[in-house]
Write a protein that binds this ligand. Structure first.
Ligand code: PLP
Length: 366
């Protein structure tokens, strides 16, 4: 064994890396197939607004220049969108980058990081890398149980992570319960509300937590351009917080973490809200199509408000996933979330959903 292995910091020595959805090119290379469908990473099947590619094309002229490290134009546009001072906005190389900055600023050996069972995998990874102790509150029917979370707050708790809606379960929290929870959290504890899928949620009681920042200085909201905006390849997300939190995050932020194309593309994407509207409508229709398909196959599922849904199988999700891959369908097993008999599938185009349901029927032998 290489001698440096013994010098790896304790949190990282125990860490297992994030497993992303399999790229289409990799599957097709491995199996020698073509025309496969990827419904594994909650990407927008409609792509992105055409305005984005135009904006990126224009910014190619500046290829040799460093990006605007302060992200001025995008931060100001986001400030207008959320009606907040741009000093509250922190740009990230994807919102995962912002989540990681939060962990690096507020977590260390001896501190505790609190999140729900089945919560998004990046919370434990970033927390553990920072050396914090992971505290997992049991879920309530796959959703976050805020009472169970509150009971696990101790004097060592530094960050609480809440995904609303959560990935991979698609479960969500209503405004009243979430606000009551925030009011009960000590002010020295950072609460992250990860709204990666917020654009897709049409429920009346779903909150836009960025409106509560004046009431809760310890609140950080994260958003992303990777999901409804369809810009996963660009890697751009952001946090909205108290300016003092933003100033702390800026201390660890890499100077040019969001590249020029991402900044220009995100800015253009913000201006095309009609694209978001049509994405949301297509998603609702696709969710219905998948649910009807699951019901026809006699399968249970976790009701979801995101652009994905987790179906319950009566056998190993990893095995079914392998069989689906041979049919050219890439979905996402969630055994690593402690859900060995579930499979998460992203809402695709109608014909992609059909392909997935037909393949599922075939591999399940129904
Ligand atoms: C996809 C996702 C993110 C964001 O990913 P980025 O591409 O890094 O912005 C954040 N949180 C959750 C819950 C997600 O599912």
């Amino acid at each position: 064994m290489n001698r440096f292995i013994e010098n790896v910091t304790p949190g990282i020595a125990e860490l297992t890396p994030y497993v992303p959805g399999k790229p289409i090119s990799e599957l097709e290379r491995e199996l020698g197939i073509s025309h496969s469908v990827k419904l594994a990473s909650n990407e927008n099947p409609l792509g992105a607004s055409p305005k984005v590619a135009e904006a990126i094309g224009r910014s190619v002229a500046e290829l040799a220049r460093y990006p605007d490290g302060g992200g001025h134009d995008l931060r100001f546009a986001l400030g207008v969108k959320h009606d907040v001072d741009p000093a509250r906005i922190t740009l990230g190389n994807g919102s995962n980058d912002v989540l990681d900055m939060i962990a690096r600023v507020f977590l260390a050996p001896g501190s505790e990081s609190l999140f729900s069972q089945y919560a998004f995998a990046v919370y434990p990874i970033s927390s553990q890398a920072a050396g914090a102790k992971l505290v997992v509150a049991p879920a309530d029917d796959y959703g976050h149980d805020l009472d169970a979370m509150r009971l696990r707050i101790t004097g060592a708790t530094r960050v609480i992570w809440i995904a609303n809606p959560n990935n991979p379960t698609g479960t969500w929290l209503e405004a009243d319960e979430l606000k009551a929870f925030l009011a009960a959290v000590p002010e020295n504890v950072i609460v992250v509300v990860d709204e990666a899928y917020s654009e897709y949620v049409t429920q009346e009681a779903y909150p836009d937590v960025s409106r509560w920042l004046e009431d809760f200085p310890n609140l950080v909201v994260t958003r992303t351009f990777s999901k409804a905006y369809g810009l996963a390849a660009l890697r751009v997300g952001y946090g909205i917080s108290h300016p003092d939190v933003a100033e702390l995050l800026n201390r660890v932020r890499q100077p040019f973490n969001v590249n020029s194309f991402a900044q220009a593309g995100a800015l253009a994407a913000l201006e095309d809200q009609a694209f978001i509207q049509s994405s949301v409508e297509a998603n609702l229709a696709g969710l219905t199509q998948l649910i009807e398909g699951f019901e026809a196959l006699g399968l249970g599922y976790i009701p979801s408000v995101g652009n994905f849904i987790t179906v319950e199988l009566d056998c190993s999700g990893v095995e079914i996933d392998q069989a689906l891959l041979r049919e050219g369908c890439i979905a996402r097993p969630v055994a690593n979330y402690g859900m060995p008999n579930h499979l998460r599938v992203t809402v695709g185009l109608p014909e992609e959903n059909r392909r997935f349901l037909d393949a599922l029927k075939k591999v399940l032998g129904r």
